[in-house]
Write a protein that binds this ligand. Structure first.
Ligand SMILES: [Zn+2]
Ligand SMILES: [Zn+2]
Length: 259
């Protein structure tokens, strides 16, 4: 199992709990050598108190993590990052934020930062699934992102791997292969348990049919805990469940720290 985790949130996003230091202590206890924080990135003009940190919290996010990075030097390497969507019209703000952190991961949760946006955690049509795939590809092409978080998040609450799902999997995997951007097997998805898909039980995500398609491409995979609670870092059962789920697929998982 990897000794890194680059997908960690903080209370600032409004839907995660625990102090920054508690995540670090949990990561040390769990045996991680590198812990990357990637809280949901702010949007100056689009505050969403339960979805991402406010722009006014950003400097404090950086200073808190910088102080902890120093404090735990020699025990664990702390990396300071962000998880963010990508929208072309907002590119400048993303670039500015990216310049202030060590890495950024692409988590394309919504179709826009505006209020009332469509959530890709629960797409309502084939069209919305295809839109998701295209917006992920634009994000990958932006050059801002080190890896792609939960690429199969659109499978959340779906019970059928439809033609649009298949097309989206090919679209994303081929783009990731071309740009050499790793894709994440998201452990938080597995923590929700398995659900019925026809005759078989599968995770909504990481979704077996999706990763079966990915396995035909030359793409590196990353394990991401997507911790929203320090305790998430101590739970190795869900990581094992992800490994078990994709054991028969020929996926290349990065085991060593790479950021
Ligand atoms: Zn979150
Ligand atoms: Zn996340």
């Amino acid at each position: 199992m990897p000794k890194y985790n680059y997908h960690t949130h903080t209370y600032r996003c409004g839907h995660a709990i625990g102090e920054d230091e508690e995540y670090i202590l949990a990561a040390i206890e769990a045996g991680y050598t590198v812990l990357g924080f990637s809280d949901h990135s702010p949007y100056r003009d689009f505050p969403h108190p339960r979805e991402h940190m406010d722009i006014s919290q950003f400097d404090e996010y950086l200073s808190s993590l910088k102080a902890l990075k120093e404090k735990y030097k020699g025990q664990i390497d702390i990396r300071i990052g962000l998880e963010s969507e990508f929208f072309e019209f907002n590119r400048e703000e993303r670039e500015e934020l990216r310049s202030k952190v060590e890495y950024m991961i692409l988590g394309q949760h919504f179709d826009s930062p505006y209020d009332g946006h469509i959530s890709y955690f629960k797409p309502n049509s084939e069209e919305e699934i295809l839109d998701y795939g295209e917006s992920v590809c634009r994000g990958l092409e932006s050059g801002l992102f080190t890896y792609l978080a939960h690429p199969d998040v659109f499978m959340n609450r779906q019970h059928e791997f439809t033609a649009a799902c298949k097309q989206t999997a090919h679209l994303i995997a081929s783009k990731a292969e071309k740009l050499k951007i790793p894709m994440e097997l998201n452990v938080r998805g597995a923590s929700k348990g398995k659900f019925q898909f026809g005759d078989v039980e599968e995770f909504f995500y990481p979704h077996k049919d999706f990763w079966k398609i990915v396995s035909h491409y030359d793409v590196d995979c990353v394990i991401g805990i997507d911790a929203h609670d320090p305790k998430d870092l101590l739970d190795k059962d869900n990581i094992k469940a992800v490994y078990d789920e994709i054991a028969d697929l020929n996926l290349h998982i990065i085991e060593e720290p790479f950021i």
